[in-house]
Design a protein around this ligand. Structure first.
Ligand code: XMP
Length: 520
């Protein structure tokens, strides 16, 4: 258990519960999300939160058997904030009344007007009594009678009890979602809430780094650890952190499948072996992978071929490290948050996609996962804390199967060379125009088609390529980036002039859905 001040988020299944955690972490408050089914009295006692938040959820508190928080939560003497379903369940548990329907459902934007400003939760929120604040609502049920001890502090047309509180007990209940973007001042409510609860903002990356190093030492002792290094941010940060903790008892294995971008393999080796002095096995297996992919054009067969070979090579190299007992993985917090299941019983669906092919079990290794408590942007902050260069930390995501899925159709060395060069020019253009950080991901795909062109006085018959650049927050949905025509024209000219083998450049303007970000 972390030694920081802790806030507990009891999850009732809202789609946006993770955003609550994000807002709190931004305030340097350590919090954990736990599904309501798992939050027993014993759990509460052990977790010992300094404040509790009840999330929203899809159920109706008017339905018998709908989710409840443990009664002990109300007796701990700590502040509680109920949001949407969390507000309704708090009211009902404390003696108020919640009703369904009656035409008071609200979905989307709404405005809350204050009825009383003298509530610490609302400090700096409403400008004055006549002002109103935009909030985001999403509720069918509504509170029709507040619980004894509560007063109303804000109303909206569909929610007469939009903000209520029992200031003496420090129980706060809001019908809207302060964690979402469409409640523009929502972060202020969280800031006021955690201040009220006495949080000092002790969750910083500097303190996390020291704590994580101590924990790694405790877990691993003087045993050896293997870390699979992909060159991506997560595995790199994990490797540098573990190396700080246990020094050369860490060995990194970098399986180089020959499908990386220009100079990427060299950069990984230089940074880890030469700059950080981390023992590194560089398994240069381009021939093996590209050989196995000969004649393969089906995207799924490509992915499976690469995945299987990757595991084989990793196992072979790892077996050379004598006495290794642990495998390090860059698992992040979003991968381990258990989701609320309404189909019965506590959900145990913990995603394990970092756990490639069950490797740890197969190899009889125990796991070290020093990033399990962190969100992606916290991993970046930790990377900066560990001295990894900004340019490296801010890099766009890159898929495991690498350039293979940016080369539709059959892969050849010639095509990979052309693709690497075109991609380097494109990214250089994006950086030069100061657009890199605005874009989630940008890359070139080389198309399996040759087209006719004319250069100088001669005919050319070369490959066409597609530029891709998307904006996204999580890679699940995406939109194409609206480059200016000037930028596109200049980039096309540079690619055709500088990259032998390409004579036509197109720009992919498909969003996701219906497209995907990668071409395969
Ligand atoms: P798609 O193409 O599905 O990609 O829209 C969504 C995001 O996931 C990345 N991606 C992968 N990452 N292994 C990975 O580690 C993979 O097999 C893989 N396939 C896609 C993709 O680059 C984008 O960021």
């Amino acid at each position: 258990m972390t030694q920081h001040q802790r806030l507990l988020i009891i999850d009732f299944g809202s789609q946006v519960t993770q955003l609550i955690a994000r807002r709190l972490r931004e305030l340097n408050v350590y919090c954990e999300i736990h599904p309501y089914q798992n939050v027993t009295d014993a759990f509460l006692k052990e977790f010992d939160p300094q404040a509790i938040i009840f999330s929203g959820g899809p159920d109706s508190v008017t339905r018998p058997g709908s989710p409840r928080p443990p009664a002990a939560a109300f007796d701990m003497g700590v502040p509680i904030l109920g949001i949407c379903y969390g507000q309704q369940v708090m009211m009902q548990e404390l003696g108020g009344v919640v009703e369904s329907g009656h035409g008071t459902a609200e979905f989307g934007r709404a405005f809350v007007t204050p009825t009383d400003e003298r509530l610490s939760l609302l400090d700096g929120w409403f400008v004055n009594v006549d002002s109103r604040e935009q909030v985001w609502m999403s509720h069918g049920d509504h509170v029709s009678k507040i619980a004894p001890g509560f007063q109303v502090f804000g109303t909206s047309p569909g929610a007469p009890f939009a903000i209520t509180a029992d200031p003496a007990r420090r129980f706060y209940a809001v019908q809207f979602h302060p964690e979402v973007h469409h409640t523009p001042n929502g972060a202020k409510l969280y800031e006021n809430f955690v201040r009220e609860a006495g949080f000092t903002g002790d969750w910083t990356m500097a303190s996390y780094r020291d704590e994580a190093i101590r924990k790694i030492r405790e877990q691993v002792g003087d045993k050896k650890v293997i870390c699979g290094l992909s060159g991506g941010v997560d595995s790199s940060v994990a490797a540098v952190l573990i190396h700080e903790a246990i020094g050369d008892n860490l060995t990194c294995v970098f399986v180089d499948h020959g499908l990386l971008r220009q100079n990427e393999a060299d950069e990984v080796v230089t940074m880890f072996r030469d700059h950080y002095n981390i023992p590194l096995i560089h398994a240069d297996e381009a021939d093996l992978f590209i050989g196995a992919l000969e004649g393969v054009s089906d995207p799924e067969v490509k992915r499976k071929t690469i995945g299987k070979l990757f595991i084989d090579v990793f196992q072979r190299e790892a077996a050379k490290i004598e006495g290794a007992e642990f495998l390090a993985q860059g698992t992040l917090y979003p991968d381990v948050i258990e989701s609320v299941s309404f189909s019965g019983g506590p959900s145990v669906t913990i995603k394990s996609h970092h756990n490639v092919g069950g490797l740890p079990e197969k190899m009889g290794l125990k796991l070290v996962e020093p990033l399990r408590e962190l969100f992606k942007d916290e991993v970046r902050a930790l990377g900066r804390e560990l001295g990894l260069p900004d340019k490296f930390i801010g890099r766009h995501p890159f898929p495991g199967p690498g350039l293979a899925i940016r080369c539709p159709g059959e892969i050849t060395r010639e095509k990979l060379d052309i693709l690497r060069k075109a991609d380097a020019v494109y990214i250089d253009q994006i950086r030069k125009h100061g657009l890199y950080d605005e874009i989630w991901q940008a890359f070139v795909a080389i198309l399996p088609v040759k087209t006719v062109g004319v250069m100088g006085d001669g005919r050319t018959y070369d490959y066409a390529c597609a530029l891709r650049a998307v904006t996204s927050v999580d890679g699940m949905t995406a939109d194409y980036y609206p480059f200016s025509h000037d930028f596109l024209g200049e980039t096309a000219t540079r690619i055709i002039n500088e990259v032998k083998g390409i004579n036509r450049v197109t720009y992919d303007i498909t969003s996701k859905p219906p497209g995907t970000i990668e071409w395969e």
